[in-house]
Design a protein around this ligand. Sequence first.
Ligand code: ZN
Ligand code: ZN
Ligand code: ZN
Length: 363
Amino acid sequence: MATDRLDRVRRRMDEVGVDVLLLSLGADLPWLTGYTAMPLERLTMLVLPADGHATLVVPALEAPRVAERPDAFSVRPWGEREDPVAIVAGLVGSARRLAISDRAWATFLLGLQRALPDASWHNASAVTSAIRAVKDSDEIAALRAASAAADRVAAALLAGDIPLIGREERDVSAELGRRLREEGHDSVNFAIVGSGPNSASPHHHPAERVIQRGEAVVCDFGGTMAGYCSDITRTVFTGEPPAEFRGLYTVLERAQASAVAAAVTGTPCEAVDGVARRIIDEAGFGAHFIHRTGHGIGLEEHEDPYLVGGNAEPLQPGHAFSVEPGIYLAGRFGARIEDIVIATSSGPDSLNSADHGLHVVEA
Ligand code: ZN
Ligand code: ZN
Ligand code: ZN
């Protein structure tokens, strides 16, 4: 499978005019080689020529972590007194059109630019992201399993099995994370808990605030399971919600469901965003929907394709992405509903099935 990925990457390099791909930090390297670079000060870099053998330049002390794949790449360990930038520059040789990991450290890019002064530089994502965005069946199975695990945690939240009233947000956040691990996640990437006025802050950092009765609580959590990410949001209310919140939630639920239904292959990403936005707009909440409708998901929590105005890219079978509109009344309350969806030739396939209706949690 990975050699198939290598082939596709090389074909794409030809199409976009890249001679050598340089992969360091980020998900491209593990996606292609199975090896994840350590995010430290020593350089790890795969040097992948469009028409030659690839070499993984890796700190000698980290080389034992590399599972060798002689069919795909050779390993070039470098010692503490060597200059890894010079080694990479030597492997690049006379090639001039280079693409480097979007998340490579600037210090190495700057060093390479000094070592290769007449090279032209591109983002590795120009080569990799469109390929990575289309998931194969193994990747979809992994995403499905991660989402199912997150669903079980969400179901516990909706059922009131996770007490909210009288607890600090950060305490609830820790419990969401613990439950994700119990459901099989290897790591927790985030567990946002925004209560009361904090529910109107989409990327709220949960802290000491104690959740009260009579509040909206937005819970947005996800992690990584067997390499692939989950990401789900459900909003509950502690005690009986006021009519105004019920009204807002009804609009949001309709916007989210309609956007999921609109995520049919061939539809431009921005059109899916437009469906959610129009419904929220027409209900008078347009100014309070302050982020894009969704993001792609896979090895990374946020990757292509983005469901956002201006992205005319049509959805393809195998695209995996979130659909997560929200409405936020600053200082008062807010709500968001988020599912992960796969575009398939037989229509949108929502990987999350935890109930979407407004749940009242009395505990
Ligand atoms: Zn977010
Ligand atoms: Zn989320
Ligand atoms: Zn998300």
